[in-house]
Structure formats: C-alpha cells, structure tokens
Ligand binder design. Structure first.
Ligand SMILES: [Fe+2]
Ligand SMILES: [Fe+2]
Length: 163
C-alpha cells in the first residue's frame, strides 16, 4: 500500500513507537533484574514506570486521530535488544554487565528521542495541538531519562570494574 500523506507517516511512526514502548517494558524489567547496582537498578525501575505512562499517552493520541492503537513491528528496537543479548551472552563480570546495561538503555533512549521528536514536530505542523502536547511530554521524559543514564555513566567507578 502506498503511503502518500504525512498523516499516514505520522500513524506509521506512532504504531512503531507503540510497539517499541511495549518491548521496552520487558527490556527494562530484564535490565533491572540483571543489574546489581542500587542506583542503576532504581533508574531502570523508575523508567519502566514512566514507560507505562508513555504507552498511555500514545493511546490517547491514537484516540485523538480516531485510529485503534496498533503495533507495527519495530526492527530498530529489536536490533538493540539483540545487540544487548549478545553482550549478556559473553558472560561479562557483574560490574561490566551493570555498566553495559546502562549503555544499552541509553541507546534505546536515543531511539525514542528521535521517534518522539519527529512525532511531536509532525503533530504540531499538522495542527494536532493536543496530540503534540502529549508527544512533547513523552519526549521530555525520554530526554530526562537519557540525562539520568548519562549521569550514572559519568559517576561510575570504572576502576572497580577494571579490577
Ligand atoms: Fe518511552
Ligand atoms: Fe525511554
């Protein structure tokens, strides 16, 4: 089927991120479980809770455009999940895995930031103000989550992990 309008692209991108967010619920559960570092684990748990809010807002956007919430398989996130699985399969030391998990989570945040940044922009430009507001809220939370993860990397004691 040909895609011949920005509105259709918007819907497609919305379905893509809707799938990705559901995947990320599992990913964040797994990361929290695999990690043995209080602050990092808490960051994953907190962002998992926020992720439920993201899904809720995306569902509201579907309702605003009069479409049922549908998931479009998101190969971008699947690739990141697969990449992380490879790391976990290399039998890393716990310290190394902890920080590797933060790296993996940062990559997913970059994906989400690009997705929501463009969805919010399209919503604004297409005159869907309320939908735009919700998408901006998701975008801001993803950006804050990325900053939090970057702080964790900055503060991480790499000397310990190197020992
Ligand atoms: Fe999210
Ligand atoms: Fe996120």
């Amino acid at each position: 089927m040909a895609m011949d309008s920005a509105q259709e692209l918007f819907e497609h991108e919305l379905e893509d991120i809707y799938y990705a967010e559901h995947e990320l619920l599992d990913v964040l559960d797994q990361l929290a479980e695999q990690t043995d570092h209080e602050e990092i684990t808490r960051a994953f748990e907190e962002h998992r809770e926020e992720t439920e809010g993201h899904i809720d807002r995306v569902e509201q956007v579907f309702e605003m455009i009069g479409e049922p919430p549908e998931e479009e398989e998101c190969e971008g996130i699947q690739g990141l999940v697969e990449e992380h699985r490879e790391l976990a399969d290399m039998d890393p030391d716990q310290d190394v895995l902890d920080i590797g998990n933060v790296t993996a989570a940062q990559k997913t945040e970059h994906y989400e930031i690009a997705a929501y940044g463009n969805l919010a922009l399209m919503a604004d430009r297409l005159g869907m103000d309320e939908a735009g507001d919700l998408l901006h809220e998701n975008l801001e939370e993803e950006e804050a989550a990325l900053e939090k993860l970057k702080d964790l990397t900055d503060q991480y004691d790499f000397e310990t992990a190197a020992a």
